[in-house]
Every structure is written in structure tokens, then in C-alpha cells.
Ligand binder design. Structure first.
Ligand code: OGA
Ligand code: MN
Length: 305
């Protein structure tokens, strides 16, 4: 028996009764698709699963977004499966990473609300994050979520009309600079990025509309830089009001699935040099092919070989 418990008045649900260690079924797939369409963020609390079970579950819903450099020597082998993104504070050997200067700490940028990979050319569908080792909530490391369909519904009609056909510019490095980082040339070289465009308003399959901004959205096509930034910041400020936020307190073994198309999320601070946080993410794209962004940009001749 599968039951669904809501987590917040506007969105978010816990799905109880799934067993991700068992061979996936069509019923499992359809139940999760429906719950994600209804709630945008779904929590599955079950015992530990393996990386392979996590990946197999993710692939039920779409092709994987592979991490940049997947399958090449530039990506160091790590203690988790190579198809995964790592969102914790451990190095590839599993040791706590030392603190780096605030201005160069890429992870700090995730404390601004964002949609994962909105700077990528292949649109992201969902992220599925698994808490393998989670510090107690009292010391930090909760994750915050927002339903941007609820935020869209509350926009004044004039704003809805104004943004209906506008297109946002998503630019990873610009977003990080706006968040206060000062990337070094070395950082820019190791993480190649190229801006992409996404409509500010997305219509989901169930007909609901959502605001699509977040930390990587740094401007609007056809507007002066400052004017575009001001508009996306105004929309961002509207979305991040407390009434739209669900705070997830992690328990070991949790898997949280979020819609990247109609939800934003943000990390919260943690003394990252003191507590181990092992968080592994499988990310699903709307459509294939299953590849990493470097391969995509190289094939387009935009990233040097
Ligand atoms: C992510 C992310 C936040 C967190 O995995 O994409 O933003 O709290 N995680 O780990
Ligand atoms: Mn993220």
C-alpha cells in the first residue's frame, strides 16, 4: 500500500510504502510521476539503498544528466558512482574537505535558491538527492524548497502579463558572481560554462504555470543588463517569501526528489569542516541523449576540445 502525506500547505509530500531495493514496477513509476506533478517535491524515507538502486530508480523517469567530464580522465574516480553529482562536503576519497576562502567556495552559491543545471543546454527535469550521512539538523544542513507555481499564482495580473513571453538568461558564472563569489581563472577553466535561455514562465504538463528564475538566472533577453537583473531579482524576492518555503530536515536514507522546472531549492549553512555530509544526487533531464554538458558544448564547437 502506498500512502501520501502532505508536508506543507502549498506543496511537498512524503510517499510512504515504496521499496527502492526491489525491481521497479510501472505502478511505482506512475505513482511517483503523479505525486511529483501534484506536489513538486517528494520525500521517500526508507532504509539505505545502493548507488545502483538510486540510479536505477532515477532512470525510470528520464535520461540521466551526467556530471561534467563524465567518462574522461579529468574526472577523478570517487567513492560514489560516476553517474552521480556530489552535494556533500567530502573529497573523492571520502575525507572532509578543508575550508576554502568564502569568495571561492562554489558550494556557498547553492545557499541561494536555484533550479539545478538551469544553465545547461539540456533542460533538467528532476533531481533526486539521497542523504547517506546527514549531520543533525541543529548544526545545519537542512534544505529549503519553494513551489514556484504557488508563487506564480499570487503574482499581480500586470506582472503575469509583463513576464508571459520574456526569456531569462541563465549563466552559471554570472550567477555565482551575483552571489558574491570571485571565481579565479582556474575555476573558470575547470568548469566550462556558456549561457542559455529559458522562458521566465513555464507551463507544466498539468497546465499550472511557474516562475522560472533562481540563482543562475542573471538577466532577461532584450533588456539592458541592469533592468533585466532587477526584474529577475524582483521575481526571486517574491518567490523566496517564507510562506512558500518547505524546510527539509534530513534523516539518513532520505531521498528527496524535486522538480527543477517548478521548484527552487537552497542549501543552508553548516560548519562544513566539522561534520561529515554525504549527499549523492541523480539528476534527470526532460529528454535525451544521456550526456554531460561538456560533451554537448564540444559537439556544438563552443567548448574547446
Ligand atoms: C543540490 C543542492 C542542497 C543541499 O544537491 O543540488 O543544491 O542542501 N543541495 O545539499
Ligand atoms: Mn542544487
Amino acid at each position: 500500500m502506498i500512502t501520501i502525506n502532505t508536508l506543507h500547505p502549498l506543496f511537498g509530500a512524503e510517499i510512504v510504502g515504496l521499496d527502492l531495493t526491489a525491481e521497479p514496477t510501472e505502478q511505482m513509476r506512475a505513482t511517483v510521476e503523479q505525486a511529483m506533478s501534484d506536489y513538486a517535491v517528494c520525500v521517500i524515507r526508507q532504509g539505505p539503498i545502493t548507488d545502483e538502486q538510486h540510479i536505477r530508480f532515477g532512470r525510470l523517469f528520464g535520461p540521466l544528466e551526467l556530471p561534467p567530464g563524465y567518462g574522461t580522465a579529468s574526472r577523478k574516480p570517487a567513492f560514489y558512482a560516476p553517474e552521480m553529482f556530489f552535494a556533500g562536503n567530502l573529497d573523492p576519497d571520502g575525507n572532509i574537505k578543508p575550508l576554502v576562502p568564502e569568495a571561492e567556495n562554489l558550494a556557498k552559491g547553492a545557499e541561494r535558491f536555484h533550479a539545478d543545471s538551469s544553465f545547461n543546454p539540456l533542460p533538467s527535469k528532476w533531481s533526486l538527492l539521497r542523504g547517506v550521512e546527514c549531520p543533525p539538523s541543529e548544526v545545519g544542513g537542512d534544505t529549503l524548497f519553494i513551489d514556484t507555481r504557488a508563487a506564480y499564482d499570487d503574482l499581480p495580473d500586470e506582472m503575469k502579463a509583463r513576464i508571459e513571453d520574456l526569456v531569462g538568461i541563465h549563466d552559471f558564472w554570472k550567477g555565482r558572481i551575483r552571489a558574491g563569489l570571485v571565481p579565479t581563472d582556474e575555476m573558470r577553466r575547470t568548469f566550462f560554462q556558456h549561457p542559455v535561455e529559458n522562458k521566465l514562465v513555464r507551463t507544466m504538463d498539468n497546465g499550472r504555470k511557474a516562475i522560472f528564475v533562481g540563482g543562475h538566472c542573471a538577466g532577461v533577453v532584450g533588456m539592458e543588463e541592469d533592468e533585466g537583473y532587477e526584474l529577475v531579482e524582483q521575481l526571486y524576492a517574491h518567490c523566496v517569501q517564507d510562506k512558500y518555503i518547505y524546510r527539509h530536515q534530513w534523516r539518513q536514507g532520505d531521498i528527496v526528489i524535486w522538480e527543477n522546472r517548478c521548484a527552487l531549492h537552497a542549501a543552508t549553512p553548516l560548519p562544513t569542516d566539522k561534520y561529515r555530509r554525504d549527499m549523492r544526487r541523480v539528476t534527470i533531464n526532460e529528454s535525451g541523449p544521456e550526456m554531460d554538458s561538456y560533451t554537448y558544448w564540444r559537439e556544438k564547437g563552443i567548448m574547446p576540445h
